[in-house]
Design a protein around this ligand. Structure first.
Ligand SMILES: Cc1cc2nc3c(=O)[nH]c(=O)nc-3n(C[C@H](O)[C@H](O)[C@H](O)COP(=O)(O)OP(=O)(O)OC[C@H]3O[C@@H](n4cnc5c(N)ncnc54)[C@H](O)[C@@H]3O)c2cc1C
Length: 290
């Protein structure tokens, strides 16, 4: 199928893009890597009068460390982030997650920021941002603002970005101290979207857990933090009792969907298995960083 007709705009600056967007925010869409938007247009799941291709705007393709953040520009491709040494060294959970996303032909074009703005409930990167913390920097004709990760994902394919705004970069928080992470996913084939996935970030103080974020994805409209388990684990060590309680908290917190890919019961069970495994791996990683 072919997309419905649209006007194609190729601005050279953010200001030009914002001016075009400002003329008809609801009838316009930004095009980054096109790896999600173009299939949706072709299938006529999306239909816009104006497509604004931001690929010719300079200054949006960067990866840099800024004190306690990893900063990635809106046009930085997933492939380049996956193969960047700073990312591997400072935020390995992101490199690891990227290895589970699609295939090289797609990651060569697809952007990190595009995936976050697309907000697919089964996507890996929204869960990583929710687990490690961070913010999106967005710009409109009125100025620039930041949106924290916890406030960014509103629902399936819906974020806190307004239709007249462009996301210019994402800033992932970099954990200090004795911290570790884990990324677990079950998908039908390598590179597929997750049936269920888990991202965990953990910090230790004097061998006990001082901070932990447990995020499950593929089970709800947005990445879901298991806050009861997080709270209960503070000040604890991992043992059979604390792990069993965390798995029980996961089961109580989730109401996953039944669909053609998996039943709700299967997703709930797998989420518990992955959280148990992920907590142990995050602890091992934190201990090895001490
Ligand atoms: C076969 C296939 C398999 C895939 N498998 C996976 C997978 O396993 N896991 C996964 O997570 N993804 C997967 N993807 C999606 C892929 O990761 C996309 O690249 C990504 O989701 C979107 O990034 P993009 O740059 O291509 O965005 P686009 O497709 O260009 O845009 C996506 C949406 O984000 C908006 N947007 C983009 N950039 C901005 C910006 N700077 N500011 C505001 N809005 C913006 C667009 O307007 C659009 O609504 C797959 C894609 C394909 C085709």
């Amino acid at each position: 199928m072919k997309p419905a007709p649209f006007a194609y705009h190729v601005p050279n600056t953010i200001d030009e893009a914002l001016a075009i967007l400002g003329n008809d925010p609801d009838g316009s869409r930004l095009l980054a890597g096109g790896q999600s938007l173009v299939p949706m247009l072709n299938l006529r799941l999306a239909n816009f009068d104006n497509l604004i291709d931001i690929n010719h705007i300079s200054g949006l393709d960067h990866i840099r460390i800024e004190s306690d953040s990893l900063v990635i520009g809106a046009l930085t491709r997933q492939y380049d982030v996956a193969h960047n040494d700073d990312v591997r060294n400072r935020l390995p959970v992101l490199s690891n997650a990227l290895a589970h996303i699609a295939h090289t032909a797609i990651s060569n074009r697809g952007t990190i920021v595009g995936s976050l703005c697309h907000a697919d409930p089964a996507a890996e990167l929204p869960a990583v941002l929710t687990a490690v913390g961070g913010e999106l920097v967005v710009q409109s004709a009125a100025g620039t603002r930041t949106i924290r990760a916890n406030d960014f994902f509103n629902s399936s394919f819906t974020t806190a970005i307004n239709p007249n705004e462009v996301a210019t970069e994402v800033r992932f928080d970099l954990a200090g101290g004795t911290s570790g992470w884990s990324f677990e996913e079950v998908a039908r084939r390598h590179g597929d979207f997750a049936l269920v996935g888990v991202v965990i970030q953990m910090t230790l103080e004097k061998n006990a857990i001082s901070d932990v974020r447990i995020v499950v994805f593929g089970v709800a409209a947005t990445p879901q933090r298991i806050t009861d388990a997080e709270k209960r684990l503070i000040g604890q060590t991992l043992n059979d009792a604390t792990l069993d309680q965390a798995v029980a908290d996961v089961a109580a917190a989730l109401s996953p969907p039944d669909d053609i890919h998996a039943t709700a019961q299967y997703r709930r069970h797998v989420a518990g298995v992955l959280v148990r495994r992920g907590l142990l791996r995050a602890l091992e990683d934190a201990n090895s960083s001490a």
